[in-house]
Design a protein around this ligand. Structure first.
Ligand SMILES: C[S@@+](CC[C@H](N)C(=O)[O-])C[C@H]1O[C@@H](n2cnc3c(N)ncnc32)[C@H](O)[C@@H]1O
Length: 255
């Protein structure tokens, strides 16, 4: 092999260094986004009201919350797979499929893109079994985004632990709702991106600045902030409100 000139060696070293840096960034991003703690207790940093009114961190402070038993029941289950719910959860949910209730709604806030294998099982269960309308905050793929951005978005989805095909265009999303038992004419998908992405990324920046006074850093959430900023700038995905109403012929017997 012919020896490289010193210019060639410098260029090679530069490219090698650049690729190594890219690899390190990708590994760090991947580890953060895939970590089970991505929705963990670290979120206090995003919810702390600044400036902090107290930072009591001494031992021995006890707080008991008394929750009046009664009106709201919470169940812990994989919402994406109704077939896996335990009998108690299933019967509590199915007790809602009662003609006494004039309307039933499935409410899903900012979680459906995580659902594995897809949104389909829970939409079908809600529409056909419960005859429940659906309302959701969700992300849809912008059909006019560039191929490169669409591929990058798929990679982001996979890093977030979502199914590879989770981001659907508006048309694909509506088609899926219809296949699951919802009515096309009365279902709507409303783009609210302008009220979402720049606000979230701006908030994460300001929270990072405010917390830095206490030597607390947002760590991996800064990456989430950059992602939201990219969503808003590139418009690769839209932040949307989905409202879907069941069709009269969506039967209550199947699934
Ligand atoms: C982007 S976070 C949004 C959380 C909440 N809407 C909020 O604003 O704080 C997505 C949430 O969906 C939950 N999630 C994802 N897949 C789920 C599933 N299959 N069943 C139940 N919850 C799920 C995650 O645990 C996480 O808390």
């Amino acid at each position: 092999m012919a020896p490289l000139s010193s210019g060639g060696q410098i260029a090679l070293a530069f490219v090698g260094g650049f690729l190594a840096a890219l690899l390190v960034i990708a590994v760090v991003a991947f580890s953060f986004l895939r970590s089970s703690d991505a929705y963990g207790l670290g979120h206090w940093k995003l919810n702390a009201k600044m400036p902090l009114s107290t930072m009591w961190m001494n031992l021995g402070y006890c707080l008991f919350d008394v929750v009046e038993p009664g009106y709201i029941y919470l169940f812990c289950a994989d919402a994406a797979r109704p077939g896996t719910w335990d009998p108690q959860t299933r019967s509590a949910v199915e007790s809602l499929a009662d003609e006494r209730y004039a309307e039933r709604w499935l409410l899903a806030l900012d979680c459906l893109y995580h659902f594995k294998p897809s949104r389909r099982p829970v939409f079908e269960y809600a529409a056909r079994r419960l005859k429940a309308n659906s309302m959701a905050f969700d992300l849809v793929l912008n059909e006019s985004a560039s191929l490169g951005d669409k591929l990058r978005m798929r990679a982001v989805g996979v890093m977030m632990g979502c199914p590879i095909d989770t981001f659907l265009t508006e048309k694909e999303y509506l088609d899926q709702l219809v296949q699951c038992g919802y009515d096309r004419e009365s279902s709507t998908i409303t783009d609210i991106s302008e009220h979402v992405f720049s606000g979230v990324s701006g908030f994460i920046d300001s929270q990072e600045r405010a917390l830095s006074q206490y030597s607390v850093t947002l760590g991996g959430y800064k990456l989430a902030g950059r992602l939201f900023e990219w969503f808003g700038r590139s418009k690769v995905v839209k932040a949307v409100i989905v409202v879907a109403r069941t069709r009269e012929d969506a039967d209550l017997s199947s699934s």
